[in-house]
Design a protein around this ligand. Structure first.
Ligand code: MLT
Length: 446
């Protein structure tokens, strides 16, 4: 190193080496960060557009911005949300429960995750009178929407799922999120699901699947078509499920609206259902609890699923484990309010509410019929399912109703490809609003 040029060259090389090391280090750091970044559940990317009701809200908001004057006369018959006041029996029980919590002696902290015994027993005794459902087979929750999605936690991924079409979108979307489906197509159907079309052509009666499926979603009275299943039809489903070792997820959230005492209100009215069915029920629609939040599911102790080696495992045990890990129970005042719905005052108030909404359904049904439309449901259900006028698809009908009559309905396509030619009108509203909707329907289509 006796020449200045050599020193300069050495310094130059050393600085290049350091630069290179820095570049390598930062590349390594960047790649580490890429790998360490929280990885998303890519199944969510398969979900199409928004969930139906937020998409409706988005369109209604856009209309409100564009037409503030017309928006003043808007009547919402889209989402099935109750409008009538909470029953007095429920409110009184809730207030008393709040007062109990205000005293050190009667204060309660965490309740049992599965629900307080007083409510589980009231449910078993009243909702399942004579059906051998035990109180400890009832799991109280904050809603059927959550329950019908959460239940997938106890089933393996890659199940073969059968759903009716049209269908309550939560069943589909939660299976997409779990990875039980392939990609969606332009009609909104997902690969891997077994769709069972229900249209006027088959009297809204889904055919039994041609292949073996593992889980079957049934909802009666049906959301959205408003149709009901007969005892014989449910017997066929139970027979299918038992033969194919499938589990029926039976959504009976609207059972209170069944008017005919011969129609089944619970899947457990069918012999053998305890070995193959879970039932979902809610206080939302009968007791007006959509904002109060209380529901329950029944998982019979006989019900089992299989593990990887063909062993049988109790679904009741799995659900109890899941519920106590992920849920801390519904609040005490709300459970006391739900219990009060089973008092004689509470039952009488529920009957009045059901009568009110069913009166609305009858008015909406006949208004649509008077306009020459084909109308289904509305007899044992608060939903009226209407075929769109010739040549009008369901979102176009939604837009027409919004822009021409300022009435929000639900487009059938939002419930599935087979709903494309239909729209749903919810009877959950005041009588005054329903009469106004009937008048506007007449003016628009009559
Ligand atoms: C509906 O309109 O379909 C229901 O209100 C939705 C729900 O109960 O979550």
């Amino acid at each position: 190193m006796n020449q200045p040029g050599q020193w300069a060259r050495l310094i130059f090389l050393a600085s290049k080496f350091a630069e290179g090391t820095l570049v390598l280090a930062s590349l390594a750091d960047a790649s580490y960060r890429v790998h360490a970044m929280a990885r998303i559940n890519e199944n969510f990317l398969k979900l199409q557009a928004g969930y139906l009701f937020p998409e409706i809200a988005r369109r209604v908001n856009a209309f409100s911005d564009a037409e503030p004057e017309k928006t003043k006369r808007l009547i919402r018959c889209g989402i099935g949300d109750v409008t009538e006041p909470l029953p007095l029996a429920a409110r009184t029980a809730m207030k008393e429960a709040v007062d109990e919590l205000g005293e050190r002696g009667s204060f309660r902290g965490y309740g049992p995750e599965q629900g307080y015994d007083f409510l589980r027993q009231a449910i078993a005794d009243n909702s399942y009178q004579g059906l051998n459902v035990e109180a400890d087979e009832v799991f109280v929750s904050d809603g059927s929407k959550c329950d019908s999605g959460n239940i997938l936690d106890i089933f393996g991924v890659g199940q073969r799922i059968a759903i009716t079409d049209p269908v309550y979108p939560v069943y589909v979307d939660t299976n997409v999120m779990m990875g039980n489906t392939g990609e969606g197509d332009e009609s909104g159907q997902y690969g891997g699901l077994v769709y069972l079309p229900c249209t006027a052509e088959n009297n809204f009666t889904p055919a039994l699947p041609q292949e073996k499926v593992d889980l079957i979603y049934l909802c009666y009275p049906n959301n959205p078509t408003g149709t009901v299943a007969t005892r014989e039809q449910l017997e066929q489903w139970v027979a299918y499920a038992r033969e194919h070792d499938a589990v029926i997820l039976y959504d009976a959230a609207y059972e209170a609206f069944v008017q005919d005492p011969d129609l089944p209100r619970s899947i457990y009215e069918i012999e053998g259902a305890r070995e193959c069915a879970i039932e979902f029920r809610s206080f939302s629609k009968n007791g007006g609890f959509t904002g109060t939040r209380c529901a329950f599911i029944v998982v019979p102790k006989e019900l089992t699923g299989s593990d990887g080696s063909g062993g049988r495992v109790s679904l009741h045990g799995l659900w109890a484990r899941r519920h106590s890990t992920k849920f801390n129970g519904v609040s005490y005042p709300v459970q006391r309010a739900a219990e009060a719905l089973y008092s004689s005052e509470g039952k009488a108030e529920i009957s009045k509410l059901v009568e009110h909404y069913m009166g609305n359904a009858a008015l909406l049904k006949s208004a649509c019929e008077n306009c020459g439309l084909d109308v289904y449901g509305g007899e044992h259900s608060p939903y009226v399912w209407v075929r769109c006028p010739e040549g009008v698809d369901s979102w176009a009908m939604f837009d027409r109703m919004l822009h021409e009559a300022q009435v929000v309905v639900t487009p059938g396509a939002g419930f599935g490809a087979a709903g494309e030619d239909y729209f749903r009108i919810s009877a959950f509203n005041s009588r005054e609003n329903v009469e106004e909707v009937c008048a506007r329907l007449g003016a628009m289509l009559g």
